[in-house]
Design a protein around this ligand. Structure first.
Ligand SMILES: [Zn+2]
Length: 493
């Protein structure tokens, strides 16, 4: 998407939309009518969006978060605050894939009103600009993005070469754990290596996850700094010609020093032992059956730089050698064949003529299969749009709900953890007369996760930041008035 294209689309979209909006406003905003669709289980997602925005979508929470403010305290800060939120871009995708960019709102009420009239199928959040994006044309070259969350996008389609269960947009319980692996590795890296504290993890509604890093320091990163952070996490570098060999940018100590651990970057070392290796052996290999698939088995072999080890592994594969229950225990054949490769590598390394290239090959294989694969371009630019949390995925009808990073294994995207919009509306109708109806639906759980894992801490940090700024302002005022009274005193002499 280029700005020019979007702008043109946006402007023509807005014109078409005026007509459409008029029509929608004439329609009866009738909840019951949409319920008929729900009963028939016809998931026409778009027709359910208006009641969703009217009754369930948490625009208050979204707006409060993106305002980065608690209660305002002085006239000046109130004005700054309003300016700040008004300069944030909201992009709507309307029916017919019409992008309407550069919407902005002064408060939650005006956002909700616009959602109910325009009924976007998707909402994207852009940066905070130097000026109100609605008036961007008046500012020419001085209109530019000044701040936005550091965001990450991980999409299951980027793992197609290591998945045997699904491809493209499909996901299933066998491949979804790759996303949990990504959350665990990135969350620790962002917190411990970069010191970020306010990270919101969100299910994208279909085949991936997003992270929003909201610390003030992260929001103010330049594009160059964002690129550096994205590069830091871009360990997997793609697949070599013919799809045979996977590339990583892991660097190891060379020769004998590299063996026995502790020689990779400490964060990668930790990710390897705590997350990637156990996941690869216990979950991923049995689920994907990579050691039973000729294609995947050969890819793994192509990364082992030793003919003896390869021969032993090929023998197991070609003779269909299986673990013996009495001797090996009840172990999955894929895990077992991998363990035999590990043993063969270790044996070689103890031998008289050591091939030191072997020392890192097992790590390289694991990293190149299960280490998080970022869509780094999304992270690199302040001006990149990203789908808003709590919006509904137009293809699946599932809501983009927050994920608790400390308990991500428990999140099941195939269940009411990621509720479908028609189910939510059904639930809501049951509790409709209750003022806490939304909390009683599956959205209640999503909002609880948002509050507990993200917003409660950020709210406190915002308050503290505000107090600090107020004190600084007061000190400045005090210094200024002291200066003035000293000047007046000087005048008297
Ligand atoms: Zn799958």
């Amino acid at each position: 998407m280029t700005t020019t294209k979007n702008e043109t689309l946006g402007e023509s979209g807005e014109r078409k939309e005026d007509v459409k909006r008029q029509k929608l406003m004439e329609d009866d905003d009738d909840f019951e009518k949409n319920q008929a669709l729900v009963k028939e289980e016809v998931v026409d997602v778009h027709s359910l969006m208006r009641p969703y925005y009217a009754h369930i979508f948490p625009s208050k929470q979204l707006f409060e978060w993106l305002s980065y403010e608690g209660a305002t305290s002085s006239k000046e800060s109130r004005k700054d605050q309003q300016q700040f939120i008004q300069n944030r871009e909201f992009c709507f995708t309307l029916k017919g894939e019409i992008f309407v960019r550069y919407n902005s709102y002064q408060d939650e009420k005006s956002l909700r009103k616009d959602l109910k009239t325009k009924v976007p199928g998707k909402i994207d959040i852009g940066p905070v600009f130097s000026h109100n994006p609605k008036n961007r044309l008046a500012y020419g070259g001085s209109f530019k993005p000044v701040e936005r969350e550091l965001v990450f996008d991980i999409d299951m389609t980027d793992y197609d070469d290591v998945r045997t269960c699904c491809d493209q947009a499909k996901i299933c319980p066998k491949c979804w754990p790759l996303m949990n692996c990504a959350v665990k590795v990135l969350d620790v890296g962002l917190r411990e290596d970069f010191g970020f504290e306010h990270i919101l993890w969100v299910y994208s509604g279909r085949r991936g996850i997003h992270a929003w890093v909201c610390d003030e320091r992260a929001r103010k990163l330049s594009d160059e700094e964002r690129s550096a952070v994205a590069e830091y996490f871009s360990v997997f570098k793609g697949v070599e010609g013919g799809g045979e060999k996977k590339k990583t940018n892991l660097s190891f100590g060379s020769g004998k020093r590299a063996w026995g651990g502790g020689k990779m970057h400490p964060r990668l070392e930790e990710a390897y032992w705590k997350v990637l290796k156990p996941f690869w052996e216990k979950e991923f290999l049995p689920a994907q059956k990579l050691m039973e698939s000729k294609k995947h088995f050969e890819t793994i072999l192509s990364m082992i730089p030793d003919a003896n080890v390869r021969q032993k592994a090929e023998f197991d594969f070609n003779t269909n050698k299986m673990p013996t229950v009495s001797r090996d225990g009840d172990v999955d054949v894929n895990t077992w064949r991998w363990q035999r490769i590990v043993k063969a590598v270790e044996d070689e390394l103890r031998g008289p003529k050591v091939n030191w290239d072997l020392t890192s090959c097992l790590q390289r294989i694991i990293f190149s299969h299960v280490y998080p694969r970022l869509d780094a371009e999304v992270s690199k630019h302040m001006n990149h749009l990203l789908k808003a949390p709590f919006c509904v995925h137009p293809k699946t009808g599932r809501v983009c709900v927050p994920i608790d990073p400390e308990n991500c294994d428990a999140f099941d995207p195939f269940s009411s953890d990621a509720p479908k919009v028609h189910e939510l509306l059904q639930e809501y109708k049951k509790f409709g007369a209750d003022e806490n109806a939304v909390k009683k639906t599956a959205m209640g759980k999503a909002l609880e996760t948002f509050e507990r894992c993200f917003w409660s801490k950020l709210k406190v940090a915002n308050e503290e930041e505000k107090k600090k700024k107020m004190m600084m302002n007061n000190n400045n005022v005090l210094n200024e008035s002291n200066k003035n009274s000293n000047a007046a005193a000087d005048m008297e002499f």
